[in-house]
Design a protein around this ligand. Structure first.
Ligand code: KG4
Ligand code: ZN
Length: 359
């Protein structure tokens, strides 16, 4: 089964082709440089950039693979959550292509696609606990199958990636700052007393990270000498950072990682029938988090599923792959479904697809 996936929910425009669960090819245009000028994503600019790039990306992929639209079995786009204008570009393109080619259409939940992305590289051991840590979300899920995921917890304010990006901004580092803070942290030593481990004294599986950026800002105010160190730091050369800055990054990272690990462990305790953990989203690339969760699952003699770094950040391969899994369950969507912006629940409104009904 040949599935085309389109990702345009945020600041990456991407198109990928997956055949029978295997990635054939993908193309991507990143807008990071444009939004970096503003220190964060500008939604109107983002949708215009998607509109500018998507057609050309599809043409490139089609030419490279000798693809005719009529070869496609499924055309899928990220349906949400995301920026509405951005989602609409990808969804409209996918709907038009489905209509023109006769392929089935699927609006894929971007977050579910992140959680399933590792399936491109290894078998997914359902049921799994899913930890999704990205720039917009920090959620825990019970992942029973590609189409059955139950959200167990979420952030009540900032997402983990957002916390990284906001701390980077406080430090005057470029956007998005998660990777650089990770690299600086690796060079430093974490002091566990420096920052709190927020929102652990409650029975929920929810998270709260907004206090951490305030704690970092306060600490920086109390240590004005670090401002001089920060002036000397070159983003492209982490080695140019002072020991104090690397220590601060390591301490902040370990506060975030400890909270993620503790709540993940509590979720595993609450669902003893599950002993596999899949971690997904941009922050899943964080080296300290990868190590901490690897230790946790080793201790519990469970399985840890970690996508490779290129599959952690936004990409279209995960959309095409999720579509392949869903279509394999016989699911598709009518062209009448709508894009769902961040903050709204994505309805469970699949229909039995033409593909399955013709098998
Ligand atoms: O999943 P993603 O590519 O986009 C969405 O938010 O959907 O995640 C991007 C986030 C950004 O906040 C970025 O700073 C963070 O992932 N990130 C990292 C690392 N690499 C990316 N955070 C911590 N450590 C990293 N190595
Ligand atoms: Zn994402």
């Amino acid at each position: 089964m040949l599935c085309l996936g389109i990702e345009s929910s945020c600041d990456e425009t991407a198109v990928a082709l997956v055949e029978d669960g295997r990635l054939v090819d993908q193309v991507l245009a990143s807008q990071i440089d444009i939004h970096a000028l503003f220190g964060g994503i500008v939604p109107e600019l983002a949708s215009r950039e998607h509109y500018r790039h998507l057609g050309a990306l599809y043409d490139t992929l089609a030419a490279r693979q000798g693809l005719n639209a009529g070869d496609l079995d499924v055309v899928a786009a990220a349906r949400g959550p995301g920026l509405l204008g951005c989602l609409l570009v990808g969804m409209s393109f996918a709907k038009a292509l489905s209509l023109a080619s006769g392929a089935s259409f699927l609006g894929v939940n971007h977050l579910h696609a992140h959680l399933l992305a590792a399936g491109l590289e290894q078998d997914l051991p359902f049921p799994m606990l899913g930890l999704l840590v990205s720039g917009g979300h920090t959620n825990l899920y019970l992942v029973e199958s590609p189409s059955r995921m139950r959200q167990l917890g979420r952030t009540i304010d900032d997402a983990a990636g957002e916390a990284f990006d906001k701390v980077a901004k406080i430090l005057g580092l470029p956007y998005p700052g998660g990777r650089l803070i990770d690299e600086l942290g690796v060079l430093g030593r974490a002091d566990p007393r420096l920052f709190p481990r927020p929102y652990l004294n409650n029975p929920t599986l929810d998270f709260s990270f907004s206090g951490l950026k305030t704690a970092v800002a306060t600490w920086l105010d109390q240590h004005p000498e670090l401002r001089e160190d920060l002036k000397l730091l070159k983003a492209a050369e982490p080695q140019s950072a002072s020991g104090a800055i690397c220590g601060l990054c390591a301490s902040f990272t370990s506060a975030v990682v400890d909270v993620l690990r503790i709540k993940t462990e509590r979720a595993l305790e609450a669902y003893p029938q599950v002993n596999s953990l899949v971690v997904a989203g941009g922050v899943a690339a964080n080296s300290a988090l990868r190590k901490s969760l690897a230790d946790l699952m080793k201790q519990r003699k469970g399985r840890l599923v970690l996508p490779s770094l290129s599959l952690c950040t936004d990409n279209a391969a995960m959309i095409a792959h999720a579509a392949w899994l869903l279509a394999g369950e016989g699911l598709s969507h009518p062209l009448s479904i709508e894009a769902v912006p961040r903050g709204r629940v994505i309805p469970d409104d699949f229909i039995l697809s033409r593909i399955q009904s013709t098998i």
